[in-house]
Design a protein around this ligand. Structure first.
Ligand code: GDP
Ligand code: GDP
Length: 491
């Protein structure tokens, strides 16, 4: 394997000639204006880099169980599949979705999957709503228009007032004009106009979306983070893997809450931590310190927090608890990091608890479950004893270095030329797609665009990714490879 340093030094002298020849060859193909821009090296032709770009505003949908939150979210997303069930509190995997209305995009956080205990129910609803509201720019509060306001609703209203966030009140299950009088009674909540809606049939849902967009900022105040300053790290992982223990270990007694430091950020939930003589900003740490003690609610909360933290971070440390079998939830967190396009370090925590037998099974589980991220740096740590936590900063630096890497177009094409010559794409129905030209359109994470004369199979794309990693390292960063199939120009 070639070392990563190669990516930035030793420019391949013959590269640019190859490059020009390939560019010239492309002239025989139908290219769009955007293609031409990309081919001629506009570095950000794929659009702004997500990590630095302004994040979409976030709307939290809150309300008691069974008022119709998920039904409404499904309606807005235009989803066909019936994810709504008549069982209250069915847990769902995903909690946030990108929605669009009147040409504006925003993130919709669906709290519909929460398990709420029958005992102390209104306390729980309020507690869970509080978490969602903290992470949102605006709140859509749904009340059952047929039932009217309950004590639980009143408790949520008090919390919403305290939050100071804009609130739009939706009176749901107003399936016909007769229900509108009941809905009007909800003026008494003091949240302004109740919007009568039938999430089930779609009645009134356009008006409430218009009202929502009126109060929603263009750019999120809660998601995203500015460029520059110390590099931003998210500690993520399912509940109880040891995130808060690790944060305490790393921050130690010198823990600095960031808003106390002049010129850092106004966000009091980020903390500066010194590691290896460098400052790192650990983002959204309040979400770690303030733990929610519930079984299924905790998973939900954890997934919500992971998303929010990843939005702000450049690199994620995913903690995995080695004292327990590697679980689907662990894989899901890793997938969230990859989907968010962030650099990744995997920390196997509670190493102090391992005996020989468990160690044996752990390695088998890692081989089986985590094959898709063999590229991520691995550290075996114990937050409890401090074992190897000092190795985290080297792993973070490596991952971020890869995340930032740009391969010059000449070298990339020279390299791919060799790879393809040695192992061409298989012939299908008498045709062999050719790779015409490749360019790295973006970094953070590295994004490659290949122009090809025909469809490139998934297996061959994976092969190309593997070879790119063997050649350039890319330790700790996801890679995106997209293919643009272009037809030969007809005469
Ligand atoms: P959540 O727990 O708040 O997410 O509620 P759900 O979306 O799961 O809805 C609970 C129940 O109310 C389901 O049986 C829905 O079909 C029903 N429901 C939701 N919206 C409406 C509506 O506008 N009108 C009527 N009649 N029923 C609705
Ligand atoms: P979080 O929910 O991910 O923030 O997890 P916590 O940091 O609260 O840790 C959950 C439990 O695991 C606590 O009881 C910790 O004391 C314990 N724990 C955390 N790290 C370690 C470790 O390295 N070794 C051992 N033996 N226990 C740990």
């Amino acid at each position: 394997m070639t070392s990563e340093a190669d990516a930035t030094s030793d420019p391949n002298a013959s590269g640019s000639r190859v490059d020009d020849a390939l560019r010239a060859g492309l002239e025989g193909f139908e290219l769009t204006d955007a293609d031409v821009e990309l081919v001629h090296g506009a570095p950000d032709a794929l659009g702004p880099d997500d990590a630095g770009a302004a994040a979409l505003p976030v709307v939290a949908v809150v309300g008691r169980p069974n008022v119709g939150k998920s039904t409404w979210v499904n309606r807005v997303l235009g989803r066909r599949e019936a994810v709504v069930e008549d069982v209250p509190g069915v847990t769902r995997d995903r909690v946030s979705y990108t929605a669009e209305w009147s040409g504006r995009e925003f993130t919709l956080v669906d709290t519909g999957g929460w398990e709420v205990d029958a005992s102390g129910i209104h306390l729980r609803v309020a507690e869970q709503a509080e978490v969602a509201v903290q992470l949102a720019d605006a709140v859509l509060f749904i009340v059952d228009g047929k039932v009217g306001a309950t004590d639980t609703d009143e408790a949520v209203v008090r919390l919403l007032r305290r939050s100071g966030k804009p609130v739009v009140l939706l009176a749901n299950k107003v399936d016909d004009a007769r229900g509108e009088a009941d809905a009007a009674a909800l003026w008494s909540l003091g949240l302004g106009q109740p919007w009568p809606v039938s999430a089930l049939h779609g009645r009134g849902s356009g008006d409430v979306l218009d009202a929502l967009l009126d109060v929603l900022p263009e750019v999120s105040h809660v998601a995203g983070a500015p460029e520059g300053g110390p590099r931003r790290v998210a500690l993520v992982g399912r509940p109880n893997v040891g995130k808060s223990s690790l944060l305490n270990r790393l921050a130690g007694a010198d823990r600095v809450v960031v808003d106390e430091v002049a010129g850092t950020t106004r966000d009091p939930v980020d903390e500066l931590v010194e590691l290896g003589g460098q400052s790192w900003l650990f983002v959204d740490t309040a979400g770690i310190r303030r733990r929610v003690h519930q079984s299924r609610g905790a998973d939900f909360y954890s997934s919500l927090r992971t998303r929010a933290a990843l939005d702000k971070a450049e690199v994620a440390v995913v903690l995995i608890d080695v004292s327990e079998p590697v679980a689907e939830q662990d894989i899901r967190v890793i997938q969230q990091v990859i989907d968010a396009g962030r650099a990744l370090v995997v920390a196997y925590n509670k190493w102090d608890t391992l005996d020989e037998e468990r160690h044996y099974y752990l390695e088998r589980e890692i081989e089986r479950e985590l094959v898709q991220v063999t590229w991520a740096p691995r550290v075996n740590i114990s937050a409890a004893t401090g074992r190897h936590v000092g190795r985290l900063d080297a792993a973070l630096r490596t991952a971020l270095g890869s995340w930032d890497t740009r391969i010059p177009t000449g070298r990339l094409n020279a390299f791919l030329g060799e790879v393809v010559a040695a192992q061409p794409h298989p012939v299908r129905s008498g045709k062999q797609p050719r790779i015409l030209f490749a360019t790295q359109a973006d970094t953070r994470p590295p994004r490659f665009v290949l122009f090809a004369s025909g469809f490139i199979e998934a297996g061959y794309r994976r092969f190309l990714e593997r070879r790119l990693r063997e050649e350039y390292g890319f330790v700790g960063t996801p890679l995106e490879i997209s293919v643009r199939v272009r037809e030969k120009r007809r005469r």
